[in-house]
Design a binder for this molecule. Sequence first.
Ligand SMILES: CCCCCCCC/C=C\CCCCCCCC(=O)N[C@@H](COP(=O)(O)O)[C@H](O)/C=C/CCCCCCCCCCCCC
Length: 218
Amino acid sequence: MKTMAGSEDQKFSLQEVLDTFKLCLSENKEVYLEQYVAGWRGLVKFLNSLGSVFGFISKDAVSKIQILVSYMKGENASHYATVQSMVKYELDNNLVDVNKKGSHPESGCRTLLRLHRALRWLELFLDRLRTSTEDSKTSALCAEAYNESLAQHHPWMIRKAAGMAFLVLPGRQTFFEVMNVGPPEQVVAKLGEALPLISEVYQITEDLYAQHNLLDLP
Ligand SMILES: CCCCCCCC/C=C\CCCCCCCC(=O)N[C@@H](COP(=O)(O)O)[C@H](O)/C=C/CCCCCCCCCCCCC
């Protein structure tokens, strides 16, 4: 049966997303692409359950996931095990358009950068949800997180469309129910557990991209 959280096999679980982000980091703090992508797949399940208004966002996230998966399964798959190995391989082989779009408009590095920026939005949004009160508006929390992060990289049209989509977000109580964690106190605790993991993955990627001057890839 279809519910707000989607059909059974598409059901969103915060725990599941948490588990994938937990598995994202290797012992020496490299970011596994397979788990990173799996984390995003889990999040897209949630987005899809919100209805067609969010379709344009989901479509973009899915297409970026697919680009990365095609590299991870392609002939150079061994270089796409971690974000670190991908960056090294693509830079060493001049596979990244560094200043302006050229012959590599869909490099792994620029594709991951888009999801990486969205991860910052997620971090800010989940933190706001965690510290929100019963009367907080999810649309406002989402818009604040968006304006502080992703919006700075989006043109006016996208910002407008995103802002309109936020207005139809379900309320805080529904959000908490959809996370499939339990009562609100447990959701808050689970968010508290998830956030440091997401932050660490974000920061490691941010530092790596900064070190290689990749934070503004076209
Ligand atoms: C229950 C709590 C958990 C919250 C679950 C949140 C689920 C969110 C799932 C996915 C988030 C979407 C990630 C979007 C990636 C966007 C990447 C991007 O910036 N793409 C733009 C640039 O790409 P290029 O053109 O350079 O290739 C592209 O132009 C964007 C198009 C679509 C608009 C993106 C708006 C993003 C808004 C932030 C997400 C809001 C989701 C709200 C749901 C709570």
